[in-house]
Design a protein around this ligand. Sequence first.
Ligand SMILES: O=C(O)CCC(=O)C(=O)O
Length: 281
Amino acid sequence: MLTQAQVAQYRHDGYFFPCPALSPEELAECNDGIARYEAWLGTPVNQADRRWRSAAYVMLPWYDSLIRHPRILDIVEDVIGPDILVYTATFFIKEAHSPTFAAWHQDATYFGLSPHEHVTAWVALSEASAKAGCMEVVSSHGQPRQMHHAALGLANSINGGGQAIVDEIGEADGTMMVLPAGSFSLHHTLCRHRSAPNRAAHRRVGIGISYIPAHCRLTGSVRMCARLVRGSYAGGSFDLIPPPEGELHPAAIARHETVYRRYRDNYGEQIAAHDREFAPA
Ligand SMILES: O=C(O)CCC(=O)C(=O)O
């Protein structure tokens, strides 16, 4: 649980860290789960088709347990309330000595969620030091606002759209969100963040879990899927999905295909909506 002062700090800055979460055994379970997943894929997750990076909790029970972890949800509840959906979750992996990076961006840009209450819990499954390319954030100083992005399709970008903010960032203000393995950070959907290449000798492994309060709506035309992880859902923009029937169970893999397709359809629609919103008058 966060103190009132910590919640106020999150609301002012748009980020908060570090929050300890996983025991050494739980951390090992997650990393063993990734090893089994990569054996099934026949390639590291970050080199596989992008679909396999996204929403894999739909197919993997260990991952479904992670997104429902009480130590993560207790803190997420402190900032978005008791009725919590997972909108998506993403593997963010950088191999040792790799150029993979994230340009400055805000998650809200292509998600199409309203109101802007989405928060990402970025869970470190390895140490995320500055050398290993941890995230860097800039405080919103209590005045978050959507900035202009371009989907540049940047080479080596960890984000699908290769998107980057094209407005002034204020990066002199940056803070490195260094995390020990098993802990997590929070960043608000309008928090400006980026990460540098991994110059360390170890693989940097993280999972970004996108939590939203159940009252969030989608602004686009695509009906998306979500997983209810705490509290209740009165209905709205999302179709709720059940837990996986088993690890990589055929029914769960088929469901993942639907979840991913809708995610991509929405994302494409939102890129166009963002470009319209920021088009010169
Ligand atoms: O893992 C990274 O380096 C970037 C993660 C990110 O952009 C996010 O969680 O929104």
